[in-house]
Ligand binder design. Structure first.
Ligand SMILES: *[C@@H]1O[C@H](CO)[C@@H](O)[C@H](O)[C@H]1NC(C)=O
Length: 457
């Protein structure tokens, strides 16, 4: 479907669901009022929906009393909210009292900006008085971890509050230096009660995750005032790809003890320029909605030393060929970069290099092929082709130079494929045609096609 139509359809959906949310607000204010739905008196006994609604209601009342601005982060409830308004109306007719918050799951998840959380024993006491059992999960503060200070202070990461068998998960979101929100992984201590909650069903905590700060709106859901992300479909899609990898600060620290960073003026200058180039690249590709990841030496730099390798002389990123668009070139030009070379074609071994301030940005396009993923290389003077083969990988978020970037989640496999088992030892004389462990010769471009396929500017 053409992009324009999709945008129109999406906007219509957004408008219709906004209208519906307003309708909800009106409906509940007018007909349900402050008392909320009277589920109990109607059925006489507690169904799981009743328990879920009552538990969420009590929890929200507590949060409000202690001024903790929770927002609904539950994927099931947000999923119900994001569907189109017509189907929601049908649902409402069938289940008028709890169409969104009663998800048939034993958990409802909320998130809170951790900077708004002040440790208040009153909150926990009040929760206990209301009958909630509490499990607090804490962990090291990664914002204090760096190459110099290795151990962080403990901070709250997740709270689980249980009432009548229903669990409310509260995810603490912390602001990180790259201007994004982070939550920690949920890890049980050795003696923790493993039956406290169905841990495998939690939406948050299997891994650490990161998010852009969502815009929130206050609405009324099933008679309760609840904050929800303004753009629910964007939030849900971020949630599916939120996994974050912390840099391995301890290993990087040890590496830099053995091989200290070059502190010459030239090296410092290169690192500064590389940082600014990476920021421009990330901004430009974000505008085009093209995901990229750190590749080759830039990926190795993050993995091995949580920084830029100063003798690498360029910045390398990878993009899946399915995400390629020709307007990449124009977008980089508008961002002040000039195209230095273009090798290969969309069907085979495409590679673009841009330059800014004497630093080169190499964009390698990756081709998926069964169990492997590969990118191509071209030698300009001979027309020879090369192929670099990697095991399949998925993408995770990471932070490099105060920037939220993607890296292959299976970073060790990726780096080992490229640099061999001795990737942890610096190699300064590097030949891209023969040094990589995963390079294969791949024939040559027919001379008749050179003009189109080997373009150097
Ligand atoms: C919501 O997010 C999606 C995906 O990022 C985007 O395409 C859409 O335009 C956004 N809608 C609004 C109203 O901002």
């Amino acid at each position: 479907m053409p992009r324009v139509n999709r945008t129109i359809v999406l906007s219509l959906l957004v408008i219709s669901s906004s209208v519906f949310l307003l309708f909800q607000l009106y409906y509940y204010r007018k007909y349900v009022g402050k008392a909320g739905p009277h589920i109990l008196s109607r059925t006489g006994h507690l169904t799981s929906s009743d328990v879920q609604w009552q538990t969420v209601k009590k929890f929200l009342a507590l949060a409000q009393r202690f001024r903790l601005p929770m927002f609904l982060a539950d994927t099931a409830a947000l999923g119900l909210l994001s569907q189109d308004a017509l189907r929601q109306r049908d649902r409402q007719v069938r289940e008028p009292h709890c169409s969104f918050l009663c998800t048939d799951r034993p958990i409802t998840s909320f998130a809170v900006y951790a900077n708004l959380w002040k440790y208040d024993p009153g909150f926990l006491l009040a929760a206990e008085q209301k009958g909630f059992e509490l499990l607090q999960l804490r962990g090291e503060d990664p914002r204090l971890a760096s190459l110099d200070t290795l151990s962080g202070e403990e901070i709250p990461l997740h709270f689980l509050l249980r009432l009548n068998g229903h669990v409310i998960q509260v995810v603490f979101l912390y602001e990180r230096s790259g201007n994004y929100l982070w939550h920690g992984a949920l890890r049980l201590r050795a003696h923790a009660d493993r039956s406290f909650a169905p841990f495998k069903m939690l939406d948050y905590g299997r891994h650490a995750g990161v998010y852009d700060r969502p815009q929130l709106v206050l609405t009324v859901l099933d008679g309760l005032d609840v904050q929800v992300p303004h753009n629910i479909s964007r939030f849900l899609s971020e949630q599916r790809h939120a996994r974050f990898l912390e840099c391995r600060y301890r290993d990087a620290h040890n590496f830099l003890q053995l091989f200290p960073d070059d502190s010459s003026a030239a090296a410092v200058d290169f690192r500064r320029k590389a940082k600014s180039l990476l920021h421009v690249a990330a901004r430009t590709l974000a505008l085009l909605d093209i995901p990229f990841w750190l590749s080759s030496g830039t990926c190795l730099g993050w993995f091995r030393q949580c920084g830029i390798i100063s003798y690498s002389r360029d910045v390398d990123v990878g993009i899946f060929i399915r995400d390629f668009r020709w307007d990449i070139v124009a977008a980089f030009r508008n961002a002040g970069l000039s195209l230095k070379h273009k090798f290969g074609k969309v069907e085979d071994s495409l590679e673009l290099s841009f330059v800014s301030d004497d630093v080169k940005l190499d964009i390698f396009f990756f081709y998926e092929d069964g169990d492997i993923v590969w990118n191509g290389g071209t030698q300009a003077k001979s027309g020879k082709k090369f192929k670099y083969v990697f095991p399949r990988f998925s993408l995770c978020w990471a932070e490099l130079l105060e920037l939220k970037v993607r890296v292959p989640c299976e970073t060790l496999d990726y780096v080992t494929a490229n640099y061999g088992a001795s990737w942890s030892v610096p190699v300064k004389s590097w030949d891209w045609k023969s040094s990589p462990s995963n390079v294969q010769e791949n024939g040559a471009w027919p001379p008749a096609e050179w003009a189109g396929l080997i373009q150097v500017y």
